[in-house]
Write a protein that binds this ligand. Structure first.
Ligand code: ZN
Length: 235
């Protein structure tokens, strides 16, 4: 990839504000309905939040992955297994934003722990899904997670990356994924960039995102995900 930030993108800045405004409008409208339609747990169906207090106790805390190219570390909140899978699917395919909001406080704590003293020059962003997917679903689950965590942590979130067209993650082999994922920086980056995503499996998506962020000037890149596969294949 070229690695150069295209100056013309500065003209797109107002669109980003509109996107952010639309996001919060949707969150606000949805919040109006929550008291009248209690959220059922995506795993067990119990009312009282998704995940419900009982299912929350079944999560296995995930670990730090420190061997993914271009990334200083990737930190998952919970292991991607039969316990967490229904909640990720709920967020990803059904747009249940309540899930992102339930996990956001814990992710915000992870964020503060992992940045430590590096908070001085920090940008929060996300690894965007494909434009086709975002259009189909009407939202980008990685953006939802990033914005909810940013709100919890009281830190601004900025769209720094654009995804290359045409690649679709689900249903492709690991090798195809590794080849197909590409990102382009929209703006210059500096200091430490935290990049959010829903799940880390092979690390190919976050690695490609980190590559683009470094080419735009990021000195350190840390990935934070809601879930991480328990045993990640090498490569
Ligand atoms: Zn439950």
């Amino acid at each position: 990839m070229s690695g150069r930030v295209r100056g013309a993108h500065h003209a797109e800045e107002p669109d980003l504000y509109v996107a952010s405004m639309l996001y919060w409008l949707r969150v606000y409208v949805e919040s109006l309905f929550v008291p009248w339609f209690p959220v059922a747990c995506a795993r067990c169906g119990a009312e009282g939040g998704s995940p419900c207090p009982s299912c929350r106790q079944d999560f296995t805390p995930a670990h730090v992955l420190d061997d993914i190219d271009n990334l200083d570390a990737v930190i998952g909140l919970v292991v991607y297994d039969e316990v967490s899978r229904p909640f990720i699917a709920d967020l990803k395919y059904r747009g249940r934003w309540a899930t992102a909001r339930t996990f956001a406080p814990a992710l915000a704590v992870l964020l503060e722990e992992c940045i430590g003293h590096e908070g001085r020059c920090l940008t929060l962003t996300w690894a965007p899904t494909t434009p086709e997917r975002a259009r189909q679903r009407g939202f980008d689950q990685a953006e939802v997670i990033a914005r909810e965590v940013g709100r919890q942590a009281g830190r601004p979130v900025r769209k720094l990356l654009e995804r290359g067209p045409g690649d679709q993650q689900t249903g492709r082999s690991r090798l195809e994924r590794a080849r197909g994922v590409s990102f382009h920086p929209l703006f210059e980056a500096a200091g430490t960039v935290i990049v959010f995503d829903d799940v880390v499996t092979t690390g190919a998506t976050l690695s490609a995102a980190a590559h683009a962020l470094r080419s735009a000037g990021a000195e350190a890149v840390v990935g934070i995900t809601l879930a991480a596969t328990p045993e990640r294949p090498n490569g």
